[in-house]
Design a protein around this ligand. Structure first.
Ligand SMILES: Cc1ncc(COP(=O)(O)O)c(C=O)c1O
Length: 413
């Protein structure tokens, strides 16, 4: 039998370059932790940013009813348009439009979670070989997406001594002619910080001077604690084009439902038809998010009792306070007081410990001795910090923090 001499001549099937350069920095570090939890103590994980894990953060009945209604209507089982059902886009636009940052249905794209939104935003603004500015510490998916697309990552620092505000001087110094965009995240994962209005205005001034479009990750919008206020970035500028991303995952406590969105804020037509068309093309790669949840969006967004949002925030704030109150008294640790979201970053003064040389060793030993798991700051490019997710029930947090305090006391010089 003759064979095609241009074809592959043997069964050698390598994985693609894109797949090889796609990796999750969290897995790269956490998978190397070989220490096993202490079998004599129950395991407590403070590592996962999933508010559903313990059942103490309850979703609102409106959300379950809304999805159930769609399920039983048999009308939402087909393919939605790749950018989302128009009534779902309209409902999102109506919910989030502001006089200072107006939105119509055509400015909204429904995506597969906020991760899907980030993928499309980075994909539409960056070419291979361009560079992108990312926050350090920051959500690790940004780097994963950039690496996967062959986009060079340049980190700008967030300053713990300034409530994790952006180092704008350093940020500006990183920009060159191949800088395609900057990602900012407010409120922040992993920092739990909320930016002041003036700081956002200063950031926008840098973007304006350098003609830099922004990807604003606002998935934790409104999850802010007393004394802080959330300002959507797009509401503070009429000139800088902003792709803002968000979704149901955090505010509505349903990360598994995989519905997110992109808001195209472009009052001066800088993105113009090309970027909109580009987003439309990218949405066709996976044909958007699932039909049932997007069909339920009008009810979820517009019928949920406003008290639900307050209750979630109050519950989070109480946990944030409990975390700060206990951990700030532990010698060797310094808590950077959280202002929002569901995270707190804690600095470890390694000089005060006799046998803990960095955040990874701290995390490993804490797991091995106390069965308490948190993420080392290194996974967020921020060594000698640890990140704690404070969504567990208060009694679980109390238990975990007591064990951490005992652990620190044992290892303190
Ligand atoms: C800052 C930030 N952006 C985006 C996401 C992704 O959200 P989703 O679960 O909707 O993909 C997360 C999830 O933890 C996050 O912390």
């Amino acid at each position: 039998m003759s064979s095609n001499t241009n074809a592959r001549q043997s069964w050698k099937v390598p994985a693609s370059i894109i797949s090889k350069r796609t990796s999750n920095p969290i897995r790269a570090i956490v998978d190397h932790i070989k220490v096993k939890p202490n079998v004599n103590k129950s395991m407590i994980s403070l590592a996962l940013g999933d508010p559903t894990l313990f059942g103490n953060f309850k979703i609102h009945q409106t959300c379950t009813d809304a999805v159930s209604k769609q399920l039983h209507s048999y009308k939402s089982n087909g393919y939605p348009p790749s950018t989302g059902y128009i009534h779902a886009r309209q409902a999102v636009a109506d919910k989030f439009t502001l006089p200072e940052a107006p939105l119509v249905a055509q400015d909204v794209i429904i995506t597969s979670g906020c991760s899907g939104a980030l993928d499309m935003c980075i994909g539409v603004l960056c070419n291979e070989g361009d560079n992108i500015l990312l926050p350090r510490p920051g959500f690790s998916l940004y780097q994963t997406l950039a690496d996967s697309k062959g986009v060079e990552v340049r980190y700008y620092d967030l300053l713990p001594e300034n409530n994790w505000e952006m180092d704008l001087k350093q940020l500006e110094s990183l920009i060159d002619e191949r800088t395609a965009t900057v990602v900012m995240n407010n409120p922040s994962n992993p920092c739990g910080s909320v930016f002041r209005k003036q700081h956002l205005l200063d950031f926008l001034a840098v973007c304006e001077r350098n003609h830099l479009p922004v990807i604003a990750d606002e998935i934790y919008c409104d999850l802010v604690f007393s004394g802080n206020e959330f300002f959507p970035l797009a509401s503070l500028t009429t000139t800088v084009p902003v792709l803002a991303v968000g979704g149901l995952a955090k505010k509505y406590l349903v990360p598994g439902w995989r519905v997110g969105w992109i808001f195209i804020h472009d009052r001066n037509n800088i993105f113009n038809a090309e970027v909109r068309e580009g987003l439309n093309s990218l949405s066709q790669l996976i044909l958007g998010s699932n039909s049932l949840i997007q069909a339920a969006l009008p009810d979820i967004l517009h019928k949920t009792d406003p008290a639900f949002y307050d209750e979630t925030r109050i519950q989070l704030e109480a946990n944030a306070k409990l975390s700060t109150d206990i951990l700030s008294k532990v010698p060797g640790l310094k808590v950077i007081v959280p202002q929002g979201a569901m995270y707190v970053m804690i600095s470890i003064n390694v000089a005060e410990f006799k046998d803990i040389e960095n955040d990874i060793v701290f995390t490993e030993k804490l797991l091995g001795e106390e069965s308490v798991m948190c993420l080392p700051g290194s996974v967020f490019q921020c060594p000698n910090f640890i990140r704690i997710v404070f969504t567990s029930p208060p009694e679980v947090l109390q238990d975990a923090y007591t064990r951490m305090a005992e652990f620190c006391a044992r290892h303190h010089v």
